[in-house]
Structure formats: C-alpha cells, structure tokens
Ligand binder design. Structure first.
Ligand SMILES: *Cc1c(COP(=O)(O)O)cnc(C)c1O
Length: 339
C-alpha cells in the first residue's frame, strides 16, 4: 500500500525492531526502565530543557503540558486550528477544567499578537485566569519563522504567560528553516514532539520542560492512565527515531514538492506549489467529482488517500519518488475513466 493519509502510518524499520527486541527494560512507573530513562535524559539535553517525559501520544503530551501549566479555572490562548483545541476531544476542558480561548489563525498559521492581547482577561472574578499561550509549529504543514517564535516569547513575557509549543512536527519546521532544533526550542517553556510521525517511531511522544513542569505532568500522566511499565520496548524505537531520522525529513519535503508539481500538471487538479513548505500537499479538484468513489477506486490500486477537497496528501519515510509516479499514473487513469 502507498499511504498518503498521514505521516503516522510508517512501520518501524528493521533497526527499530531489533532495538525493541533487545531493549533493556524495567518498570517505568518506579522509574526503573533504563531505556526510557536514557531516552528522557538524552532528549532533555538535546533540546535544551531541564527534563523530559515519554508519553503514549502527542495528544497525551499536550494534555499533560496544559494541565501542568494551568490550574482549574485558568485558560489558554491558542489557534482556532490548533490541534490541542480542535482535534484532541476537548481534553484540556474535559479533564483539566481549563478553558480554551481560541483566536483565528492567520493565513500563514500564526496568531496575531493584537488579537491575542485583546483576549487576555483582566484579573477579575468574572473571568478565567489567562495563564498560557499555546502555539503549533508546523501547523497544517506551514512553518512559523524564528522571528515569530521570538516575538511569541516576548509577548508571553510581557503578559506574564507561559508558552507551550505543540511541536508534533517541529522537526519538519527545523528542516524547512534549515536550523538546529534548539533554535526553535529556546523560545518556549515546554514543547511536545511526536516521535510517531515524520520521525518514524511506532508509538510515542516526548514532553519537554522544566523540572517542576515535568514533575507535575508526571502526576497527571499517572492519573490519566499513561503510566507505562516496561515502556523501554517502545522507547528504544523512539530513541532511534530522534537520533537518526531528523536527517531524513528533507527527503520527505523534496518528495512533497515533487508530488505537488506532478499533481499540478493534471488537468483537473490545482496545487499551490509555492505553499508546500514541508511534507504536506493540499490538492484542489477543480471539477465536480465523487471523492468517496475516487478514494475507493484508488484503494483497489493499493493507494490510500483521505477524502476531501482540498485533499491533504502527506509524504513520509515509507513513500519514495517511484511510489509518487505510480500514484500519479493511477490517478490519471482513474480520472480519465470517470470523466
Ligand atoms: C498528530 C498531532 C498531535 C497528536 O498526536 P497523536 O500522537 O496523534 O495523539 C498533536 N499536535 C499536532 C499538531 C499533531 O499533528
């Protein structure tokens, strides 16, 4: 199967499988798993944070960060399109009693500081306490610049807010900006990274922050059922993902550009190639078309797509250029047949 639905679909490599099979393990709830401990201390140091915690998913890492930063009755500022507002089941509100205050994202994915400032509540018993700004990089495949990150840091300092970065795909951002990851991390108080997306691990995310933040997040992790026992089995693959796979992300970005160009050549599809900054392509079908039917037909040819117009296509470790060529051929054939 050639799977364009997401970069979460990659299978663990042989190296990962071997590392998993041979991982030294212990009970991580007791702090006894040497592979988890090694991953966490390595990740904290690598990204310039005091501490780190391995989590089952990005959703969990974000939830724990929000719960560690905010008390009951606090609120966090975020984008309308923020994953930790829109796509995480309202977890911060449901489980943390934390009110989200979403702001419309600008076209480039940023949040306007004027609009953010206007949404900060005065210290008055009518209002929730505004305590945190949460931003996302990359967001829908778009990269926030280092200048923007620095401005966000200044804005939060001026307004006495903490700053969280949902960095599910922060390595894609670092690659697109052509900077070391620490250039991005240095501006935030906490950051989550998905290891199971472009980095190719089968399971897991990492949360980075201060000693106090991680200590608090660890309590919440246990409470929400995220305390894992011999988690070294998955941490072993996660470490390989972090150490070896950032350098492979450029290839995904090149492949996304290649895919965007090829799609744009087709008669009834339009892609804004200049807007492809990372590993995501948004293709608009310009003629009336039964999307569900198209997706179904291509599935029979071994190609998996997300229905939608624009359609989001994501490149990753398990897609190469010849997969893209195959896909374009099959798509052409299917579109000609149905027109
Ligand atoms: C995927 C994603 C998450 C959540 O990660 P899961 O591991 O799927 O729970 C959080 N934030 C962003 C921006 C994501 O893309």
């Amino acid at each position: 199967m050639i799977d364009f639905r997401s970069d979460t679909v990659t299978r663990p490599s042989k190296t990962m499988r071997n590392a998993m099979a041979n991982a030294e393990v212990g009970d991580d709830v007791y702090g006894d798993d040497p592979t988890v401990n090694e991953l966490e201390s390595w990740a904290a140091k690598r990204h310039g944070f005091a501490n780190a915690m391995f989590c089952s998913s990005g959703t969990q890492a974000n939830l724990l960060a929000l719960m560690a930063h905010c008390q009951r009755g606090d609120e966090y500022l975020c984008g309308q399109q923020a994953h930790n507002y829109k796509f995480e089941g309202g977890g911060a509100a449901v489980l943390g009693s934390i009110q989200p205050q979403p702001i419309d994202n600008e076209k480039d994915g940023t949040l306007c500081f004027k609009k953010l400032a206007a949404a900060i509540k005065p210290d008055d018993s009518h209002f929730a306490r505004t305590t945190l700004l949460s931003i996302e990089n990359t967001i829908n495949g778009k990269v926030l610049s280092l200048e923007y990150m620095a401005q966000a840091r200044k804005f939060t300092q001026r307004n006495n807010l903490a700053l969280h970065l949902d960095g599910a795909r922060v390595y894609n951002a670092a690659c697109a900006l052509n900077v070391d990851i620490t250039e991005i991390c240095q501006h935030v108080d906490s950051m989550s990274i998905c290891l199971s997306k472009g980095l190719g691990a089968p399971i897991g995310s990492i949360l980075l922050g201060s000693e106090a933040l991680i200590k608090s997040a660890k309590r919440w992790r246990k409470m929400v059922g995220g305390g894992m026992r011999q988690a070294g089995i998955i941490a072993a693959a996660a470490k390989i993902a972090l150490e070896q796979n950032p350098e492979k992300i450029q290839q995904d970005h090149d492949n996304a550009k290649y895919l965007a160009h090829a799609l744009n050549q087709l008669d009834n599809i339009s892609v804004n190639v200049a807007q492809v900054e990372t590993n995501m392509v948004f293709a608009t079908f310009t003629e009336e078309i039964d999307m569900a039917d198209l997706v179904e037909q291509l599935k029979h040819q071994g190609i998996l797509l997300s229905a939608g117009n624009p359609m989001r296509l994501v490149t990753h470790l398990d897609i190469n250029q010849s997969d893209i060529d195959n896909f374009i051929q099959e798509l052409k054939r299917t579109l000609t047949k149905s027109s």
